[in-house]
Design a protein around this ligand. Sequence first.
Ligand code: VG1
Ligand code: CO
Length: 544
Amino acid sequence: MIMIRTVPTQPFEGQVPGTSGLRKKVRVFQQANYAENFIQSVFDAVRPEAGATLVIGGDGRFLNRTVIQQAIRIAAANGYGRVLVGRGGILSTPAASHLIRLNRASGGLILSASHNPGGPDEDFGIKYNIANGGPAPEGVTGAIHARTLEIDRWLTVDTPDVDLDTPGTVAVAGMAVTVVDPVADYADLMETLFDFAAIRAAVAGGFTMRFDAMSAVTGPYAIEILENRLGFARGTVVNGVPLEDFGGHHPDPNMIHAKPLFDLMMGPDAPDLGAASDGDGDRNLIIGRGRFVTPSDSLAMLAANMHVAPGYRAGLKGIARSMPTSAAADRVAAALGIACYETPTGWKFFGNLLDAGMATICGEESAGTGSDHVREKDGLWAVLLWLNILAVRGISVDALAREHWARFGRNYYARHDYEGIDSGAANTLMAELKDKLPTLAGASFGPLSVQAADSFSYTDPVDHSVSSNQGLRVIFADGSRIVFRLSGTGTQGATLRVYLERYEPASGALDAETSAMLADLIAAAGTIAGITRHTGRTAPDVIT
Ligand code: VG1
Ligand code: CO
């Protein structure tokens, strides 16, 4: 006889899933009933069939194990028949997506705040993914949030903690809990997509790389795939042990937070490829010897070359990118004669396109790239695709980039982030700017003249759902563009993101300094939005 215990509770304000799940300070999650309310609200909203399978895993950050134990008990009390959990509570986000698909699970709980720092004073997060392996779409996250506002009880069973470090299956109040190897199935999937023999041959021929796992979840994956299976030297993967606080760093793979890697790649001892991933393993940073590749360019360059990888020999069905991502991929799509879709920020908007077979590769300017092999962006996948292309073509990252720009032209690109600004000020800035948009057409800012300005709204071509207010765009007569958005992943104040893009045709300056090429746009952005007036800031905190 299984005893289900009902725990009375009251709603918490603000359990709103943002761009990618519910993210809050650890201290917020540590309040009695906080995580339990949210998990129960997920189950109340999605109503799993009796006996359904649920995948659970996280990026190993502080609180991961505690919340996993509670989630297992709540799942047992809510009628799940089977839970698959990564050993040690570890699953990278793309590996969790794969496990959901592979095991025909009804969904999964991914415990991560991704690139946000971890530890008792930092961030935690919970995200629900649906049966296709992808982040819950807005209809589902909306239902979860609505439920959090009404919840008055959560269900649990009184069972001891599961030993997360011992593979195998145990029963928890009649539900089977299987502790699985977090790496094996994912690594096997990668072997089906990429030409491991060609990469191994390149490695044997002297090709070198450094992969910085940033003390986050990708360490075990990268060591198994890059060192064990592909033959890169021991020590190729650095910071390869997942730590609860990521060693005190931001596990955010960009030039700022992965500076040691960046410096190495710009110096005399650079290996052929430098790469890094984020807290939960879905982002990627690609740097060649002396050549940084923007994520937007990476998407375009991969799309133009990915048919050399076995998993993509049949060619691409379409390309999808988030709206703030540069239009470099659009030019590749045009050359290939395929569609390029422009979606709001956040991977959940790619799910329908991938399920419908309308897109093969997707990408975001925030260092996210992925394909139809899973329903999340996938950091190591992108690194392996780069390796596959470089190995088969026998070309350097720098040479490939130059070749690409000589054919398609170059989209100079940067994102300026103003972090931890007052939420009220940020909202006022955006509201004023939105009101002003209709008056901007024809106005000039230095040498730039505005052609159009609008608030981005997306109609999903598959289910026709509409998502409005997805970023403010100012488009100039020369094709340059500024996009303004507020972050939906932060946990403190507001973060203003300003995305800057300028196109230079193949006949133009292809090897100029990005900051110089964007100087007029940067000045225009400050004037148009009144950034200093509203925020008191005279410069961004982070430029990527
Ligand atoms: C950011 C990025 C977005 C990404 C999201 C989740 O969102 O801009 O492109 O999908 O993070 O990525 P926002 O709302 O803060 O701009 V991750 O790796 O944090 O799951
Ligand atoms: Co991430």
